[in-house]
Design a protein around this ligand. Structure first.
Ligand code: NDP
Length: 333
């Protein structure tokens, strides 16, 4: 990472590839450390905010250092009593081929390996817990409710829609291309979907799909979309504020004008952060692994190949280039 960008779309040149040689061992004198071979890197929208110079410096990426973020890796050397060579993990690592991690506390050991390992960047990793916690814990959904998901074909959205269908809700998603809209209805089983970029009037589009209003809005986008949703909510509706990607390239977020509907419709608008729900991970796995193995939950991934493709893959999240969960493949073993 080499440049802070407060406004606008970042460029590939804000990142660069550097080469250095390392020994494939934890260096002498490092207790409780592991050397991780990074296999898959996860591209996540929150990383855009870390490309800004934030008031809390530790939240920003450090210039001259690799970006850090979620990934899947294999332990190739360890001085830590809980980790052995060959252990597979997912969690916080860095955008480099090998990472030395001292006193790892942001890693989960991977137990179930009869699913694709890449899934631990997506539906079995942070985006999966996000969808699970946001939908079940924050939205508290009931069978038959009307659910709307924005950025619906992405890492989180495709899961929220499928959870809602499994519960017996009516689900509509929006996405930014006709290919993604096809996926929503034909692959993920949404009841309906629309391309928000082709709608002149978002309010009219929402009224078309939800003539009786929306009970649950899973908010991934913010800005104009949130403004259009608010008047279309039903009384006592819930909005899980998961993210607001339309605002991440802005230095100052754009205003939302229809907030008064929160009062008149007695809405609950609740933000949440996946990290606060990691204690539910075992319960989440118990639910989702059988669904995956029975083919009741499916997952679409977009795999970029090699570290050199990582900057474009990350930036692509903000132009909608990715179709499904965006990850970068460094190595398969
Ligand atoms: P996605 O895989 O959905 O990728 C991002 C997608 O957002 C793009 O493909 C694009 O899809 C859409 N998008 C980009 N720019 C805009 C824009 N200006 N207006 C509308 N849509 C846009 O990402 P994730 O599923 O990983 O993340 C979805 C949301 O969830 C993000 O807001 C993210 O920050 C949030 N999040 C929050 C977490 C939490 O703990 N609260 C954890 C993880 C994610 P399209 O082509 O459809 O426009």
């Amino acid at each position: 990472f080499n440049k802070y960008v407060s406004e606008g779309l970042p460029k590939e040149s804000d990142m660069e590839i550097r080469e250095s040689s390392i020994q494939l061992k934890v260096p002498e004198g490092n207790k409780d450390a592991i050397l991780l071979k990074n296999l898959y890197l996860s591209c996540d929208p929150y990383m855009r905010n870390r490309m800004k110079k934030l008031e809390t410096p530790s939240f920003s990426f450090e210039t001259g250092k690799p970006l850090n973020g979620y990934g899947v890796g294999k332990v190739v050397d360890s001085t830590h009593p809980d980790y052995r060579n060959g252990d597979l993990v997912w969690g916080m690592t860095a955008w480099e081929e090998y990472s030395l991690i001292i006193a790892p506390d942001g890693l989960f050991k991977i137990q179930d390996t009869d699913v694709p390992l890449t899934y631990y960047t997506g539906l079995l990793g942070m985006p999966g817990i996000t969808a699970y916690a946001g939908f079940y814990e924050v939205c508290k959904p009931k069978k038959g409710e009307y659910v709307y998901v924005s950025a619906a074909s992405g890492a989180v959205g495709q899961l929220v829609g499928q959870f809602a269908k499994l519960l017996g809700c009516y689900v509509v998603g929006s996405a930014g291309s006709n290919e993604k809209v096809e996926l929503l209805t034909n692959k993920f089983g949404f009841d309906a979907a629309f391309n928000y970029k082709e709608e002149q009037d978002l309010d009219a589009a929402l009224k078309r799909y939800f003539p009786e209003g929306i009970d649950i809005y899973f908010e991934n986008v913010g800005g104009k979309m949130l403004d259009a949703v608010l008047p279309n909510m039903r009384n006592y509706g819930r909005i899980a504020a998961c993210g607001m990607i339309s605002q991440y390239n802005n230095e100052r977020p754009q205003g939302v004008h229809n907030l008064m509907h929160v009062v008149t419709k007695r809405l609950r608008l609740e933000g949440f952060v996946a990290f606060d729900f990691y204690h539910l991970y075992p319960k989440f796995l118990e639910m989702i692994l059988p669904f995956i193995k029975q083919g009741k939950i499916i997952y679409v991934e977009d795999k970029a190949q090699g570290l050199e493709s990582a900057p474009a893959a990350l930036i692509g999240l903000f132009t909608g280039r990715n179709v499904g969960k965006q990850l970068v493949v460094l190595s398969h073993d």
